[in-house]
Design a protein around this ligand. Structure first.
Ligand SMILES: Nc1ncnc2c1ncn2[C@@H]1O[C@H](COP(=O)(O)OP(=O)(O)O)[C@@H](O)[C@H]1O
Ligand code: SF4
Ligand SMILES: [Mg+2]
Length: 353
């Protein structure tokens, strides 16, 4: 399958008063066209920092200190390294070719702007020429207070987009403000904003975690439907392994700023190899389970002073002396399955810490 986005040895650090937070430690992963890629791991493992780095929205005191983010907008052409791109290029990319849905819709929506105008902004920023062309051939189908021709056309597109998302009364919803909507409806609006320009990659960072289970299922279903028709690939961050099993084709497991295992979803669930992945899966409640759940002992380390070698070694029952000294290199196990663990690699091939 053709690559859509690839990171190579990506390093992101935060320069705080307590010291340097080593949040991403040489992350290399690939997302292909048409794939839903799930990223899992406990809180504080670096999932959000990774996707914020991909979008190039890491703010002070954070900085991308190394590596490349290769984006392949054309299937047959070479990549663009997003680490090297200007702010102008990135503004044209975000919300257009790559979009992101955040966990908290209230933070993503402007409280004093109508829903219609907020979604219309995406069209007005990225699709001005198309709006201009279409505005001369269509008459206004919706009542709007806006006098601008382009804004009218943008609002017409907004109504059509909300209809596609199955939102009832879109012509009325466009005039509402965020505080007048429920949590689930606000998250649908955030999805509409992210989808307005049909991005090639949609990143959803715990996008449904704050919603109740029924609405969560509806939103995930909606994302999957949209993936078939509107977007190419999805990068889904969630702590819910059940959601990953149901929705993703590939999965990456992060621990303390490292990507420790990547595999196809069925392969990872049936044949987890990294002790951390095994522990994560063992901690998922099962219907047939009796007795206590197996929790993972200990905590994710402070990333200012991460443990040397494999960062999981203080919590790993299978750790050996080499694990405390050097970071294990990736081992390719076949079956499109990669793991970074000394249980599967020759120690002499280990990379530098
Ligand atoms: N703005 C920041 N300043 C300092 N440290 C940060 C900042 N943002 C994230 N971090 C640190 O980066 C690490 C990874 O965080 P994050 O990506 O948010 O984890 P996750 O999304 O997996 O829960 C954590 O140790 C966190 O404290
Ligand atoms: S490298 Fe060593 S410490 Fe790390 S997960 Fe593998 S066995 Fe455990
Ligand atoms: Mg996060």
């Amino acid at each position: 399958m053709a690559k859509l986005l690839e990171t190579v040895d990506l390093v992101t650090n935060f320069y705080t008063y307590e010291g340097v937070v080593r949040a991403l430690n040489r992350i290399s992963l690939t997302i292909e066209h048409g794939v839903t890629f799930g990223l899992v791991g406990e809180s504080g493992c670096g999932k959000s920092v990774l996707v914020r780095s991909l979008m190039r929205i890491i703010q002070e005191p954070g900085r991308i200190d190394g590596g490349r983010i290769l984006f392949y907008p054309e299937r047959d052409a070479g990549p663009v390294d997003l680490v090297q791109q200007s702010d102008d290029y990135l503004c044209g990319l975000r919300g257009n070719q790559i979009s992101m849905i955040f966990q908290e819709p209230n933070a993503a929506l402007n409280p004093i702007m109508s829903i219609g105008n907020q979604i219309a902004e995406s069209f007005l920023i990225h699709r001005r020429k198309e709006l201009d062309r279409d505005a001369s051939t269509t008459s206004s189908l919706i009542p709007t207070r806006s006098k601008s021709r382009l804004r009218k056309e943008a609002l017409r597109r907004v109504v059509s987009l909300l209809e596609q998302l199955g939102i009832a009364n879109p012509k009325e919803i466009v005039h509402r403000f965020p505080h007048e909507l429920s949590g689930g409806m606000k998250q649908r609006i955030v999805i509409a904003i992210a989808l307005a320009c049909r991005p090639m990659l949609l990143i959803a960072d715990e996008a449904t975690s704050n919603l109740d289970v029924t609405i969560q299922a509806q939103i995930l279903q909606l994302l999957l439907e949209l993936k078939k028709t509107q977007i190419s690939s999805v990068l889904l961050i969630t702590h819910d392994l059940g959601v990953v099993a149901e929705t993703c084709q590939r999965v990456g497991v992060m621990y303390a700023g490292n990507l420790c295992e990547v595999a196809d979803v069925q392969e990872l669930f049936s044949n987890p190899r990294h002790p951390y992945t095994q522990a994560l899966l063992a901690a998922v409640p099962k219907f047939s389970q009796e007795g206590q759940l197996k929790s993972i002992g200990g905590n994710v380390p402070n990333l200012v002073t991460p443990p040397p070698g494999c960062r999981f070694h203080p919590r790993c029952a299978q750790a050996k002396p080499a694990c405390r000294e050097r970071f294990p290199a990736d081992t390719h196990l076949g079956n499109n399955h990669t793991v970074a663990c000394y249980l599967y690699t020759d120690q002499s091939r280990a990379s530098a810490p």
